[in-house]
Design a protein. Structure first.
Length: 138
């Protein structure tokens, strides 16, 4: 009888350990999905900057560009990208003031774009960020 109770206690502890492990794996999987999404969005903007070298200035988002914008289509594509970031990454607009505005694409005088996206995962207070630097094709 005592052996049975001890065996049940060990089994219960093992099940609790497996549940804790499953919870951590789920959280890590979710974090990974957000990083992949940020990477895809960053590469998307890098691709736009890289292939539209005559309108690089249009891709400045939440910042000013050192280069002029000559295409309403390119500016609309940049705004569409910004909206996609806001929709696909969690808590992008509820970040601490120091992390806003978000996302940003800063274009320097050489046409190099620095793309920064920040988000705060659900049930987590630490801000994650993804930064990519893109240069237009010559």
């Amino acid at each position: 009888m005592l052996e049975g109770l001890i065996a049940m206690a060990i089994f219960a502890i093992a099940v609790l350990g497996l549940l804790a492990l499953q919870t951590k794996l789920l959280r890590a999987s979710t974090q990974s999905a957000y990083r992949v999404e940020a990477g895809l969005l960053g590469e998307s903007m890098a691709g736009m900057v890289g292939t539209d070298s005559s309108n690089v200035g249009c891709y400045a988002v939440n910042s000013t560009s050192a280069l002029a914008c000559g295409s309403t289509d390119s500016a609309a594509a940049a705004e569409s990208w910004r909206q996609a970031v806001l929709a696909r990454l969690p808590n992008t607009q509820t970040l601490p003031a120091a992390d806003l505005p978000n996302p940003t694409v800063v274009i320097d005088a050489t046409g190099t774009a620095t793309v920064t996206m920040k988000w705060e995962p659900p049930n987590d207070t630490s801000v994650r960020n993804f930064i990519i630097v893109a240069q237009p094709l010559q």
